[in-house]
Design a protein around this ligand. Structure first.
Ligand code: AMP
Ligand code: MG
Length: 439
């Protein structure tokens, strides 16, 4: 359950003002993105609760303990090819080597006899190497193959070729996977190759979220004049699910103090983190901000970024429980950008993932000029493609307004224009983060 470890609340006594005081030139009304990221990272503490799951269920989960190899993989020296195993010391420079075949080694059924000089064993891929043999010639390189013998032409193999060594994948006692790793398909296979069927993982992070605003309507409701359908809860649903969180969707909450207080309290008592959208900019019916401030240690920022300038961050308390709070702006693109670049890493860190790095950045040519002012980080929605010369280039999607969700939907990447950067000219290099990867 959330808030379940006493040790956790002991270690999270750090206040936001403590964290912020370590930062020189702190200005909540003009906070550069890297500073906001630093404050968030320093304030967040990982949850600490572990469960054991079968390895198939461990996909995308955070490993909660180091895994040390209990065996050698592979357990014996074995052949990497179908061919003939023999003694490398029999090879003579510039001379063909005729060998007598004395037996066959299959994968799972070893050749039990011995192999003398001048002899060889027919061997299959994965079969254990006969004791005296250290070299394999692939079948297709041999000559004069018969039931009794085979010839190894001069110069096609060297001693030790085509042999996989015992423990070469993983030696017994060596670290195979480290605590804090998010398990990927290769890791499930690796665990299986060690004979491990169950692993300890961190319990999933529980994240509650709701949308705020009197103008918001849910699907199925009539869209009165001046109203919009609530889309943020659906993008948040998608982003949080992709991140492996357990989610609590609390719907739309009206700009009403009592309703907001009840929602914040319920979220706080049932989740590790709360994400809201809307109500944190200036000039709104600002009960959201008021309620956040009343219930905890929350700071309100104007971040040097576009989109996504206003944001609230901190921790709130209710009836002895506490939860981290990310009060994202209301505009649909701003929600996604602040989630990906300010909340995502923090949530992963909270979920126990170690070495949570920013996603890989590519540097590619911008097809056209992009308007940009120094003094804020801009996240433009881009389409990366190959040009006619086979070179990657990026162009930005049409309208880049922070309310234009279509720009996110059409894009396949984010063009990240750094804080100090000015105008981009056609042909300049820009940083790009892809939305999709191989895994
Ligand atoms: P706010 O930050 O509350 O001032 O909202 C900024 C803009 O985002 C307004 O145009 C809102 O109508 C819009 N907005 C806020 N929340 C949502 C939502 N959940 N879905 C779609 N648009 C929203
Ligand atoms: Mg609003």
């Amino acid at each position: 359950m959330p808030n379940d470890t006493p040790a956790e609340s002991e270690t999270t006594r750090t206040t936001l003002s403590n964290v912020i005081s370590c930062l020189s030139d702190y200005d909540p009304d003009a906070l550069p993105v890297p500073d906001a990221q630093t404050i968030i990272r320093q304030f967040i503490q990982p949850i600490n609760a572990v469960e054991k799951v079968a390895i198939r269920s461990a996909l995308d989960r955070v490993l909660a303990a180091d895994i040390v190899s209990p065996i050698n993989v592979p357990s014996h020296d074995n052949s990497a090819m179908d061919g003939y195993a023999f003694r490398g010391s029999d090879l003579q420079k510039e001379q063909d080597l005729p060998l007598k075949i004395v037996g066959t080694a299959y994968a799972g059924r070893a050749y039990e006899g011995s192999v003398a000089s001048g002899e060889c064993v027919r061997i299959m891929t994965g079969a254990v190497m006969p004791l005296e043999c250290d070299t394999v010639i692939p079948q297709e390189f041999t000559r004069d193959e018969s039931e009794q013998g085979v010839t190894i032409p001069a110069g096609v193999v060297r001693t030790g070729d085509n042999r996989r060594l015992k423990g070469e994948d993983l030696a017994i006692g060596t670290p195979a996977l480290q605590k804090g790793r998010i398990l990927r398909p290769a890791d499930l296979g690796l665990l299986a190759s060690l004979g491990i069927g169950e692993v300890p993982v961190q319990r999933r992070l529980r994240v509650a979220f709701f949308s705020t605003g009197d103008e918001l309507r849910s699907i199925g409701e009539t869209l009165d004049e001046g109203c919009v359908y609530d889309s943020n809860r659906y993008t948040l649903h998608g982003m949080l699910t992709r991140l492996g969180c357990d989610i609590v969707d609390m719907g739309v909450i009206k700009d009403d103090p009592a309703a907001l207080e009840a929602a914040f309290r319920t979220a706080c008592e049932n989740a590790d983190a709360i994400i809201t959208s809307g109500g944190v900019s200036v000039g709104a019916a600002d009960y959201t901000k008021q309620m956040m401030a009343e219930l905890g240690d929350v700071t309100f920022w104007k971040i040097g970024m576009r989109p996504g300038r206003p944001m609230a961050f901190g921790k709130i308390q209710s009836h002895g429980k506490e939860a981290y709070l990310f009060g994202l702006p209301g505009n649909p693109v701003a929600v996604m950008v602040t989630f990906y670049f300010l909340a995502r890493q923090a949530l992963l860190h909270m979920a126990g993932a170690s070495a949570v790095e920013a996603p890989p950045m590519l540097r590619v040519v911008s097809k056209a000029a992009i308007r940009k002012r120094p003094g804020r980080t801009e996240y433009q929605r881009g389409i990366l493609s190959l040009n006619s010369d086979g070179i990657q280039e990026v162009r930005i999607t049409g309208s880049q307004g922070s309310g234009v969700l279509r720009s996110m939907s059409e894009a396949n990447c984010m063009v990240v224009l750094e804080h100090d950067r000015a105008e981009v000219k056609a042909g300049d290099l820009v940083n790009v983060i892809l939305f999709e990867g191989l895994i």
